[in-house]
Design a protein around this ligand. Structure first.
Ligand SMILES: [Zn+2]
Length: 413
C-alpha cells in the first residue's frame, strides 16, 4: 500500500571557487563541449542535405550515429581527448533530446552555441569517480575544486547516490549542479482538494479564495537593466567588461533565486495541505511562439511553478490533475453553470442567471477544482499521466465536499 519513503531525483546547486588552473580546465571542457555540439549539429545538417537530394525526408539521429561522428571528430581534433569522455557523450545525448523536442513540436530547432552566450556548461556522468569532501569536490580528469554550500546540502551530497554533475559557468561565476537520488518521506493525507488559477495580476488563486501575490522583483529588474546597459558600452572580454558581467550575473541569480525559493515554498505548502491538486494545462507550443517577451517570461515562469507542483505531487504520493485548456473555467458560473459569453476582462461579475457575485479568479479556480474532481470521479481509473500504472480508488464519495479517501493499487511488479 503506502510506502513511507519515495526515492526521487533532486538537483543540488553549489557554488564553485576554482583556482586559475582549474578555471582553465573548466573553460577548456566547456569549449570542447560547445565545439562538439556545433560540429555534430553541422555534420548532421550537411548529411541531411545530402540525404534530401536522394529523396529522403528524415534522417534518424541516434546514439550510434553520433558516437561514430564523435569518434571521427576526436581523430581530427586531438584536443578533444583532454575532455572527460562522458562529458562529450553527454553532448550528443543532449543534441538527440533537442531534436526529439523539435520533432515533438515542444521546442525550436537546435541552435549553434555561441561563445558570447554568458551561460555555458558540460555534464559528467558519475562512474564512482566523483568524490565529495568537506570543502572540496574531486572531479574525474579535472581534479580538485573548492565549493561552498549549506551543511544540510553537504550532508545530503555525501549520503546520496550521485548520478551526474553539470559544471556551469554563468556570467563569470562557476557552479556545480548535482543530480542525486535521495529518499523523501511521504506526507500524511489531508483529504482536501484544491483548484488553482494562474494569472497575470495574482500569481495563483486557490478555490478556497486564497490569493498568492506575484513576488515583487522590481528592484532586481532595475539593477539587471542598469548593468546590461553598462555592459553594452564596454569592450567585449575587457577587464571592466568581465567585472560588470559578474555583477550582472549576481543580480540575475538573485532574482531567479528569490522566485525559485518562493515557488518551492508555495508548491510545498500546496502538496502538504492538499491531496488532489487541479490546474489548467499550459500550452507549451504557444509558449515558444509567443512574441511578446514579457508574456513569454510569464508563461515560462508559470510552467516552472506547475512542473514543481507536479513533481512534488509525485514525490509525496499526492494526485495532480491537469484539466483541458479548452475547459471554459473563467466564463462559467461555478454555482449554476451559466456560460457568460459576454465576459471580458472584468475582475468582478454577477451571474445573470443565479445572481451570484463572482471574483473572476476565485470563480475560475473553483471551476478548475470542480472539473478536476469530476474527471477523477467519472473515470475512477483515469489516465494519470505521471502515476504509471497506479489506480485511483474512491472509497467514499461525498458529493462536492472536499472529502475523499484514496488508495493506490499498483499493477506494476
Ligand atoms: Zn450562476
Amino acid at each position: 500500500m503506502f510506502s513511507e519513503y519515495n526515492t526521487v531525483n533532486k538537483g543540488i546547486v553549489v557554488k564553485l571557487y576554482p583556482d586559475e588552473i582549474m578555471r582553465n580546465k573548466i573553460n577548456q571542457n566547456i569549449g570542447n563541449a560547445r565545439f562538439t555540439w556545433n560540429k555534430l549539429l553541422q555534420e548532421y545538417q550537411e548529411t541531411f542535405e545530402l540525404f534530401k537530394k536522394q529523396g529522403y525526408t528524415k534522417l534518424q539521429c541516434n546514439i550510434k550515429t553520433f558516437n561514430t561522428m564523435l569518434n571521427m571528430l576526436k581523430t581530427q581534433y586531438s584536443f578533444l581527448y583532454e575532455s572527460e569522455s562522458s562529458s562529450l557523450q553527454q553532448v550528443f545525448r543532449d543534441l538527440i533530446q533537442a531534436f526529439k523536442r523539435f520533432f515533438n513540436n515542444t521546442s525550436s530547432y537546435p541552435r549553434f552555441k555561441s561563445k558570447k552566450n554568458p551561460k555555458h556548461s558540460f555534464r559528467i556522468q558519475n562512474n564512482n569517480n566523483i568524490k565529495i569532501q568537506d570543502n572540496i569536490i574531486v572531479l574525474p580528469k579535472l581534479g580538485q575544486v573548492h565549493y561552498r554550500t549549506s551543511n544540510h546540502y553537504k550532508k545530503l551530497l555525501k549520503e546520496s547516490k550521485i548520478n551526474n554533475v553539470t559544471i556551469k559557468k554563468e556570467h563569470g561565476h562557476f557552479y556545480a549542479v548535482f543530480n542525486i537520488e535521495t529518499n523523501v518521506e511521504t506526507m500524511d493525507y489531508t483529504y482536501n482538494i484544491v483548484g488553482i488559477d494562474l494569472g497575470m495580476r495574482t500569481l495563483a488563486t486557490l478555490s478556497n479564495g486564497l490569493k498568492i501575490a506575484n513576488l515583487d522583483t522590481r528592484h532586481e529588474e532595475k539593477m539587471i537593466k542598469k548593468y546590461q546597459k553598462s555592459l553594452s558600452r564596454k569592450k567585449y572580454n575587457s577587464t571592466r567588461y568581465n567585472k560588470t558581467l559578474k555583477t550582472l550575473g549576481k543580480w540575475i541569480k538573485r532574482k531567479n533565486n528569490r522566485i525559485k525559493d518562493a515557488y518551492h515554498k508555495l508548491s510545498h505548502y500546496l502538496v502538504k495541505k492538499y491531496d488532489l491538486i487541479c490546474m489548467e494545462t499550459l500550452d507549451i507550443r504557444e509558449m515558444f511562439e509567443q512574441t511578446d517577451y514579457s508574456k513569454k517570461l510569464q508563461n515560462i515562469s508559470w510552467y516552472k511553478l506547475l512542473e514543481m507542483i507536479k513533481y512534488k505531487c509525485q514525490w509525496y504520493d499526492k494526485i495532480f490533475i491537469q484539466i483541458s485548456q479548452w475547459h471554459p473555467s473563467s466564463k462559467n458560473c461555478n454555482v449554476c453553470g451559466y456560460y457568460n459569453k459576454n465576459l471580458g476582462d472584468e475582475k468582478k461579475w454577477t451571474c445573470p442567471h443565479c445572481k451570484t457575485q463572482h471574483d473572476r479568479d476565485i470563480n475560475a479556480a473553483k471551476n478548475i477544482k470542480q472539473e478536476g474532481y469530476r474527471l477523477l470521479k467519472e473515470k475512477n481509473k483515469m489516465n494519470l499521466r505521471d502515476w504509471g500504472d497506479s489506480t485511483v480508488i474512491l472509497l467514499r464519495d461525498w458529493g462536492d465536499s472536499t472529502v475523499i479517501l484514496l488508495s493506490w493499487e499498483s499493477t506494476s511488479p
